[in-house]
Design a protein. Structure first.
Length: 424
RNA sequence: GGAGAGAUGUCCGAGAGGUUGAAGGAGCCGCUCUCGAAAAGCGGUAGGUGUUUACGCGCCUCGUGGGUUCAAAUCCCACUCUCUCCGCCA
């Protein structure tokens, strides 16, 4: 969410941001009009309230002296009605403004390229090379089914499509990956581990920007105000909602493992096979709360922290900078890491690292103070996958497959798995 | 699920319709004293919003949302959360 005052003072910045994203900038003028209306009413209603406050005080004094106050009270009754009517009008206006404000995406950072969609994203660099095979490599869903470590059919029976049962070595490898990733981030990169709830309330979903605009992407728990988390970003970022953080604690880094739940509305027919696009998947997420002036340096470090997992697993990947058309609603700048997936003969997103600047902090009211007595300011928030576990598992199965259909276990996972090869 | 208690500023804690945005204490900041420190003394110390070049002034906020009243932290209703006891339970 943006600061109404900032929009008032510098509307062109926001118009330009919308235009760069390919969206309609006239919403800014709509807001400016409503704001003007709103401020006019404030003046009017506050004058009346001021009068009521001082007269009410006098009433108290007069009554103490035993004087007659009936005519004043009559007058104040009428004034009260006027105030009530104006307050209602004011509420309506403010709700309309909020509704519009909540629907406006973040302003893209000047450094990111203009573009319509993902085709205009920019490759920043490549690490490693697409894996070469002396034989015809298989897709992970075929490998996993043949090894009896992935079971798509029974998952379809017990739940539905886009769910998978991981069995034996696959289940253990998922667990190993979660531990490995969290260990690297806590021990080497300085993140503090949290294990949050998998359900969050509407206020939290609004704080990070999933709501109100993207309700159809999430699962709502019926008869409650709760949503299944689409990413650990939501609970972890909202840990500090409505708090003023001590500047000595900044920057604050958290790493969290959760299952993630996504409705995948609008993805019907895409990535229907395998682990790539599931309604439920595991993810280790990195979340940062930082000083505004540091957030872009912190973004680079965040991407490097996520990339290091891929390097340690020796999985080839590339780093992509998202263009204005693909940067996402809440982000000002975003890098994706894409891992080489032989079955796609292409790179597939495995991590998404964003700087939200103050966009989420303003929605969630997360602030800090530069010094004792200073005005609170909004922090900048960032997050990134470090990494998506299901896709990592798929990438390992495919990139580490041998001709006989067995899978070599990446060296860094062997201490966690106790074996060096998965075979029949 | 049943019974009860509670939610006040950075923290503890008073207040129970009328000059209370809120006593008192702690913390923090500044000053005095001191060679320095401690102690002591004095002063300051919420957020949001509107207006103003500025000093300032106004409005809102005592868990959240409604209501009663000329006037609500204080009365009424609903909800949320926390704690205690009982029941159930991984």
């Amino acid at each position: 969410m943006h600061d109404l005052r900032e929009i008032r003072e510098n509307p062109d910045k926001f118009r330009t941001g919308l235009i760069r994203r390919g969206e309609d900038p006239t919403v800014i003028d709509l807001i400016l009009n409503l704001d003007e209306q709103r401020r006019g009413t404030i003046l009017e209603v506050e004058n009346k309230k001021s009068r009521r406050n001082s007269v009410s005080q006098q009433v108290g004094e007069l009554k103490k002296k035993g004087e007659d106050t009936t005519s004043i009270i009559e007058e104040m009754k009428a004034l009260g009605e006027e105030i009530k009517a104006l307050d209602e009008k004011q509420n309506e206006t403010e709700n309309k403004i909020d509704e519009l404000l909540l629907g406006i995406p973040n302003v893209p950072h000047p450094s990111i390229p203009d573009g319509k969609d993902d085709k205009e994203n920019v490759t920043v660099n490549l690490w490693g090379e697409p894996t070469k095979f002396a034989f015809d490599p298989k897709a992970h869903w075929d490998l996993g089914t043949a090894l009896d470590i992935l079971d798509f059919e029974r998952a379809g029976k017990i739940t539905g499509s886009r769910f998978t049962i991981l069995k034996t070595h696959a289940a253990k490898m998922a667990r190993a990956l979660i531990s490995f990733m969290i260990d690297v981030h806590t021990e080497k990169h300085g993140y503090s581990e949290v294990y949050p709830p998998y359900m969050v309330n509407t206020a939290s979903m609004t704080g990070t920007g999933q709501l109100p605009k993207f309700a159809e992407d999430a699962f709502k728990v019926s008869n409650t105000d709760y949503w299944l988390v689409p990413t650990a970003e939501v609970p972890v970022t909202n840990m500090y909602r409505d708090e003023v953080l001590d500047i000595a604690e900044l920057p604050k880094y958290h790493v969290a493992y959760t299952a993630c739940f996504r409705a995948e509305a609008g993805s019907a027919g895409r990535d229907t096979r395998g682990l790539i696009r599931q309604h439920q998947f595991d993810k280790v997420e990195l979340v940062k709360f930082v000083l505004p002036e540091d957030s872009y340096a912190e973004l680079d470090k965040l991407v490097a922290d996520a990339a290091e997992i891929l390097q340690l697993l020796k999985l080839p990947y590339r780093k992509i900078m998202m263009c204005t058309g693909d940067v996402g609603f809440s982000a000002a700048k975003k890098f994706d890491l894409e891992v080489w997936m032989p079955s796609y003969n292409n790179y597939v997103e495995i991590s998404s690292c964003s700087n939200f600047e103050a966009f989420q902090a303003r929605r969630a009211n997360i602030r800090f103070r530069r010094s004792q007595g200073a005005k609170p300011e909004f922090v900048h928030t960032l997050n990134g996958s470090g990494l998506a576990v299901g896709r990592t598992l798929a990438a390992i199965l495919e990139n580490y497959q041998a001709e006989d259909g067995s899978i070599i276990v990446p060296e860094v996972l062997r201490p966690y798995m106790g074996i060096d090869k998965i075979s029949k």
